[in-house]
Design a protein around this ligand. Structure first.
Ligand SMILES: [Fe+2]
Length: 254
C-alpha cells in the first residue's frame, strides 16, 4: 500500500508502520473518525491521532493496572496528541512529512516548534509504539522472540535474558522521567539505551523496537517507588511478535 501526499513522495505502509507500529497502521481507518476529545490532523501520512488500544484497559492486569492504563492513554497520551495538533496548525509543510522524519531533523525545524515537537511529537510516537508492543499474556504477551530477531539478539547481545537486564538497567538508571529502549540502527546493529523525558530514538535516526515507559504516570499507582518491580513485570506483557515485526520491517528498509 502506498499513500498519496502532496509535495513529496508517497509513504509506504512499511514507512507508516515505522512511525506508528502495526496496531497504529491497522487502526488508521478506525481512528479517522475517533472524534471525542482528541483533535486530529490528516490521518495519513502523519496520523496524529490517539490510537485505540488493541486490548481492554484491564487486559494487562495484574502487571499494569486498569486505572493506570486508562489515565495513561486517555489523559497523558491524548495531551501529546492535542498539543502536537495545535502546534502544527498552519504548518502544512510539516504536516506532510512523517513524524519520525521531523524528530530526526529537529535542528531544521522552526525554533519556536522544536521543544513542542520534541516533547509532544516524541510523546505521541513513543506511546504509540508502547501500546502496540504490549499484549495480555493470554494473547501473546511474555514469552521470547523467535526468528530473525532472536538470531540477531543472540549474535549481537548474547541472549534475551541479557537484553532484559540491559533494558531494565537503562530504565532503572534513568533519573526522573524517560524510557528504556531496544533499538536498531541503520547498520542493523541492536542497541540498548535510555532517553530522558519524551526523547525518542528516532531523534538519532534509530528505529525503536521496544520501549519501557519509566515516567511515574506509567507505574506509580500500583508500584509506587518500586520502579524495579514494574520493570520486571513489564516483560510479562511485552508482545515479542509485535517487536519482531518492527525489527523485520526496519531491516527490510535498511
Ligand atoms: Fe507515558
Amino acid at each position: 500500500m502506498r499513500t498519496e501526499r502532496a509535495g513529496g513522495p508517497a509513504l509506504s505502509r512499511r514507512e507508516l508502520f515505522q512511525v506508528m507500529g502495526v496496531a497504529g497502521v491497522a487502526l488508521l481507518g478506525a481512528t479517522q473518525g475517533l472524534g471525542g476529545s482528541s483533535q486530529t490532523l490528516a490521518a495519513e501520512p502523519l496520523p496524529i491521532v490517539l490510537p485505540p488500544l488493541p486490548y481492554a484497559y484491564n487486559a494487562l492486569e495484574p502487571f499494569i493496572d486498569t486505572l493506570t492504563m486508562q489515565i495513561h492513554h486517555t489523559r497523558h497520551h491524548i495531551s501529546y496528541v492535542n498539543n502536537l495538533v495545535a502546534a502544527l496548525q498552519g504548518h502544512s509543510d510539516l504536516q506532510s512529512r512523517s513524524l519520525a522524519e521531523l524528530l530526526a531533523n529537529l535542528g531544521d525545524m522552526p525554533a519556536a516548534l522544536r521543544d513542542i515537537l520534541r516533547n509532544n511529537g516524541g510523546g505521541h510516537i513513543n506511546h504509540s509504539i508502547f501500546w502496540a508492543t504490549l499484549a495480555p499474556p493470554t494473547a501473546g504477551g511474555g514469552g521470547a522472540p523467535t526468528g530473525s530477531l532472536a538470531q540477531a539478539i543472540t549474535a549481537q547481545l548474547g541472549s534475551v535474558a541479557n537484553v532484559k537486564e540491559l533494558v531494565n538497567e537503562a530504565g532503572a538508571q534513568r533519573f526522573g522521567s524517560g524510557w528504556g529502549w531496544l533499538v536498531v540502527d541503520n547498520a542493523g546493529q541492536l542497541l540498548v539505551y535510555g532517553t530522558p523525558n519524551q526523547d525518542t530514538p528516532y531523534m538519532q535516526g534509530h528505529t525503536p523496537l521496544l520501549g519501557i515507559d519509566v515516567w511515574e504516570h506509567a507505574y506509580y499507582l500500583r508500584y509506587q517507588n518500586r520502579r524495579a518491580d514494574y520493570l520486571e513485570a513489564f516483560w510479562n506483557v511485552l508482545n515479542w511478535h509485535a517487536v519482531e515485526q518492527r525489527y523485520e520491517a526496519a531491516m527490510t528498509i535498511a
